[in-house]
Ligand binder design. Structure first.
Ligand code: RTP
Ligand code: MG
Length: 139
């Protein structure tokens, strides 16, 4: 299992609000390198698959609606201790609780429209990266 990779999405709110460049800049300045990246959008089916773990949660339908509401940027990122360090960089799920200077503190609108996704384990980083990228789409 690789421990130096994570997977991220810049979510529809942040792409629509024009924050893609600033968010990527903050990610790269924090020491992550981009190993794969694309602008794309999620169908209802794909968003449901990606967030299948949250299927029983009360916010699931709203989350799928939100994640299909516009383009997203998906990326595989590399850095030592990538998963943990990236979650520190993005901050808490709820931007009101996200530490000062974190990506969600700066760019998120709400607990749902919270600007970015970050994998929560090395295992999920590998699964999520493969969900979006084939081998020849990565460097
Ligand atoms: P993510 O998976 O997107 O990196 O976010 P996370 O780990 O911080 O949060 P998680 O619990 O995995 O929730 C996934 C996404 O669902 C939306 N959400 N809405 N309305 C709500 O109470 C609520 N709670 C979560 C957010 O978009 C969250 O990032
Ligand atoms: Mg999560």
């Amino acid at each position: 299992m690789e421990t130096n990779k994570t997977f991220t999405m810049i979510k529809p709110d942040a792409v629509a609000n024009g924050h893609t460049g600033a968010i990527l800049d903050q990610i790269i300045k924090a020491g992550f390198s981009v190993k794969a990246m694309k602008l794309t959008s999620l169908s209802t089916e794909k968003a449901g698959q990606f967030y299948a773990i949250h299927k029983e949660r009360p916010f699931f339908n709203d989350l799928v609606k939100f994640m299909t509401s516009g383009p997203i940027v998906a990326a595989i990122l590399e850095k030592e201790n990538a998963v943990e360090d990236f979650r520190k960089l993005i901050g808490a799920t709820d931007p009101k609780k996200a530490e000062e200077g974190t990506i969600r503190n700066k760019f998120a609108e709400s607990i749902e429209a919270n600007a970015v996704h970050g994998s929560d384990s090395d295992e999920n980083a590998a699964i999520e990266g493969s969900f979006f990228f084939s081998a020849f789409e990565r460097v």
